[in-house]
Each structure stands twice: as C-alpha cells, then as structure tokens.
Design a protein around this ligand. Sequence first.
Ligand code: TXA
Ligand code: MG
Length: 313
Amino acid sequence: MITVLTRSIAEAAEFIRSGGIVAFPTETVYGLGADVFNADAVAKIFEAKKRPADNPLIAHVSERGQIDMLARDVSVDANRLIEAFFPGPLTLVVPKTSRVPMIATAGLETIGVRMPSAKLAREFLKACGTPVAAPSANLSGRPSPTTWQAVLEDLDGRIDCILQGEATDHGLESTVVDCTVTPPAILRLGSLSIEALRSVVPEIGIHRQDAAIAPRSPGLRYKHYAPNARVVLVDSPSEIGADTGSAYIGLTEPVGEFAETMVCGSVEDYAHTVFAFFRKCDKAGIDTIYCQMVSESGIGAALMDRLRRAASH
Ligand code: TXA
Ligand code: MG
C-alpha cells in the first residue's frame, strides 16, 4: 500500500469516508483514525499497528452532539468534565451504545470518548462526518508519535494517508478517566493534570493497577512508550559520568559530553520533547538514555509515569 502524505483536510477525510485509515495530528500526539462505525476499517487499525485485539480504542468527536451516538447513561460527573474540559486532552470512559462495533472497544461495554482541541484535528474530524476511532499512530510498543515524520517512520506502507501538521503541542497522551465508577478514577495520567480535574470533581481518584485483577485500562498492561535503548532515571546529571555512547535528557545542564543531549527549559518542554528524543536516540543507536526525574505536579505526574514505564522495560 502507498501511504499518501497530504496537507489537505478534504483529501485525508475522504480516505476515512471510504473505509481507510488515516494518521492525523491532535494536541497530544498523532492518532491513527478510522470511522468508528465501520468494523472493517477499525480492524485495519489493529493490523497496521500490530495492536493486541484486547486493547480498546478512543473515539474522537468534533462536536457534543456526536457523543450521544457513542455513549449512553453519561453520569453527572462525566457531564461536568465534558463541560469543563471538552475540547481538550481528556478521554472519558462511559457506557457505549450498541451502534459502536465491539472491535472498537475490544469487547468492552464501555467506550473512551475524546474531543481534541487542536484546530487541524477538529476540522479533520468535522470533514470526516463521523466519530473517528484512533489510538496513537505508532507501532504497538513504540513511543507515541509527536510529528508526522515519526508516524511515517513506523507506519509507511501500512496506512492509507498521513494528514501532515505541526509537531503536537503537549507531546504526551490524553488523561483517561473512568466515569463508570463513583467517584470517577484516572486510568492513565496524561496531558490534563490531576489538579485541573480535581478543580471540577474534587473526589476523583487514581486507579492503581493490580496485577491480580483484569486491568480496567487494558493498554496499560503492554510495553509502552519505550525506546529500544535502556532508560535510566536519575535525580541529577551529576550522578552520571558522561559517556559518548549514552544520551541525557532533563532540566539541568549535564557536565561533559553525551552522544545526544537535550536540556529542557521547563517540565512542559520536557513532556513535549521526550518521545521525539527517544526516537532520535534509537536512530542514533544509543544504548542508554539517562532521564532526569521531575517533581510530580501538573504535567510532571504524567511525564514521570511515562519515564517509569520506559525505564521498566
Ligand atoms: O491523546 C490520546 O489519547 C491519543 C490521541 C490520538 O487521542 N490516543 C491514545 O490512544 O493515546 P491509545 O490507544 O494509544 O491509548 C488509549 C488508552 C489505552 O491505554 C486504552 O487501553 C485505554 O486508553 N482505553 C481506551 N478505551 C478504554 C475503555 N473503554 N476502557 C478502559 N480503557 C480504555
Ligand atoms: Mg498508544
């Protein structure tokens, strides 16, 4: 299959309407989309990404009215979160309608719903005329793509089209909140902070994964967000002797030379760059990436979550 690269929203949306799969930018990471109501198209996403069939997809909407096509019995708290944070980097897990094919939710009776805020994403979704199921547009297990070039690296020849936009704003995925339980519980930390969520629903909890029970967010079971290189977390770069086979990313300037060095101006910057940096290190054949830890407030909590996952593989 030839992967078409385009900046035309109309051209990219036409692939979705005719049952194809298209990568497109959102404010978090690039997604790989298909018409959520077309089971054959959704199946192509799993194949292209080599994604395990038991990992459900998020449905992306362009307007509030589309939520009713996907979800039923939306709770009061879920409605509050929609009111406060849609469009934005938040995914709400709610009971699904029978119209949503089981393949999209990996057999679950719930569905993740998200309304992206990025202008290109919104215009693209509007042109598709249907909610779009979309996981991150990487090969399963690789870091999420924050540029169209990263999508191409993983999925060239495996998908119909890439809608080319800028590098994504946040660089980490959306925050996933389970609204089928009371109080709602965060299943995956992400670009919308816990502090922001709790300003609207103060009692929101964090779902701690227990290996003994089936995970609520099946995706978290899999290797995720990880480069090929070994990832080592450090408090400060002064702990590491510089060496030319290794790389460093953090907030503090290191002493000495690394093969690749990225000093970030803020935690937001760090979150924005980390996945692209991992990919760059893999291309350069780096064997160890030292990552400076950050304090776990705001986006720092999600960044530390991704760094820990990357370091545990
Ligand atoms: O920012 C994002 O969320 C990006 C952009 C493209 O929107 N998408 C994304 O999708 O990161 P994905 O598939 O890579 O991650 C979705 C996560 C997975 O961990 C999945 O298991 C979980 O959300 N999830 C999706 N639907 C769910 C459901 N019904 N119940 C529980 N967890 C769900
Ligand atoms: Mg993903």
